[in-house]
Design a protein around this ligand. Structure first.
Ligand code: SF4
Length: 161
């Protein structure tokens, strides 16, 4: 089971292009100035089976969508079940790119099996002192937009932009 608090089907701020976004419940990072405080407790939202969540997300994808984003909350505290959800999505629609927002750094999570299925990781906690409203797709300038396949292949962080 995977715990999800909400889904939006028309985001243009959670990654490149038009995207379906799943907001996964629960986050241990407690960043000052967190924009999603309601998603911090583990007990919010509701449980979905991996197949159920993948099917709901896929049902919202139109030919205009570029991909699906997993935000939160902290998606990677549910890394194992997220791996199953993304596997189902990639099997059905391999052209969709998968973005994940995490408060962990790439270096902290690079060994997780789910990383093999993620196209882009926006990493690191939100740091209020480093807030920059001009940055696309992230809140503070410590956060990196990372090309995960290239980073894993090259053994070092390769930024998408
Ligand atoms: S990682 Fe995101 S959801 Fe978690 S506390 Fe920080 S800003 Fe909030």
């Amino acid at each position: 089971m995977i715990r999800c608090a909400g889904i939006t089907s028309d985001s243009v701020v959670d990654g490149n292009g038009l995207r379906v976004v799943a907001f996964l419940q629960g986050c241990p990072h407690r960043c000052e100035g967190c924009h999603n405080v309601d998603l911090q407790p583990l007990e919010g939202g509701r449980d979905f089976t991996e197949t159920e969540l993948a099917q709901i997300l896929l049902s919202k994808v139109t030919p205009l969508h570029k991909g699906i984003t997993f935000s939160g909350g902290e998606p990677l505290i549910q890394a194992e079940t997220l791996h199953k959800v993304i596997s189902i999505i990639k099997e059905k629609k391999p052209h969709l790119d998968i973005w994940v927002y995490s408060g962990y750094t790439f270096e902290q999570v690079r060994e997780l099996p789910v990383m093999e299925l993620i196209d882009v990781l926006v990493d690191g906690p939100f740091v209020l002192e480093r807030l920059d409203l001009a940055l696309p797709f992230r809140g503070s300038d410590n956060q990196r937009i990372i090309d995960v396949p290239r980073s894993l292949q090259e053994g070092q962080v390769v930024r998408l932009q």
